[in-house]
Design a binder for this molecule. Sequence first.
Ligand code: 8YV
Length: 332
Amino acid sequence: MPQSLPTVIVSAPVPPDLRSAIEAACRIVDVPIGQRLDQAVSAADREAARGVLCTVRTPMNADALDALPAVSVVSNFAVGYDNIDVPRATRGGVLVCNTPGVLDRAVADLTMGFVICLARDMVQGDAYVRRGDWLKGPAPLTADLAGKTLGLLGMGRIGRMVARRAQAFDMRVVYHNRNRDTPSEELGLAAYRSRDELLAEADFLSVHVPLSAETRGSVGMREFAAMKRSAYLVNTSRGPVVDEAALIRALQEGRIAGAGLDVMEREPLDPASPLCAMPNVVLQAHAGSATVETRRAMMELAVANLLDALAGRQPRAMVNPAVRDGMGAAHA
Ligand code: 8YV
């Protein structure tokens, strides 16, 4: 192994062919997924590391970045990057890359899956058949999607993809976003509403905002109280955007009808959580992007971002492109 290859820390499920592509240009230091790099990597490797390829389960906070003085790129195997202290990375001249675009369809599919499951009570319907209750009589009636209102809280790439799917189900689609999405409005994809109007109108409220200081806990008791009692919450973004204790209370008190959750405040979710005992809650294991095709596309992009950055080429997806323009390092 030539001495001159740059060291990269890999804490992500890289398939063999893509691992070979990294190995052709780098020396890999493997770290089990979810472990803190400032603790799991030897001092020599931390000093040597030039790049990091990680998942959202690797905290890349100030401590982690401080412990990796030579790192110039963190390539996240995710579109979200709330595990990374981006301002600190930018100040230190560390380029942050992510995987936008390639997972929009998969996440939107799962979102519609929740909507259908909740409206048609499919999880209970499945249990009804397995228990033999069907032998005693027909299952309870459920609800149409057609004519119901889907409220999208957040109208980025994924929100728009959900809107397209909901239209095919003849749903009414409304959205709220910090910035108006005029092209989507002009296409008739979704109508803009104030946040309070959205909460009051939605039969299904679907969350599509990134986790940030402003959005943390931003869907809480006030929001549930403003929703229809017959409405459902769907969250495929980040668990901590929703105040989970408030959600549990709202569900227990019947303030909303149910929820479809792919993400939770703490993952993996403790099976002792009251959410697991609620028949009107459908749960998934942070699986929005978890299809073979999508995870492959995400990993190809994440590896390309890493290798491009290390080779001085422009990566396809940069969170803080200012670093590449040479502005970030000046303020380290
Ligand atoms: C995870 C996600 O990345 O892209 C995101 O922001 O949350 C997911 O797709 C996935 O669990 C792989 O780490």
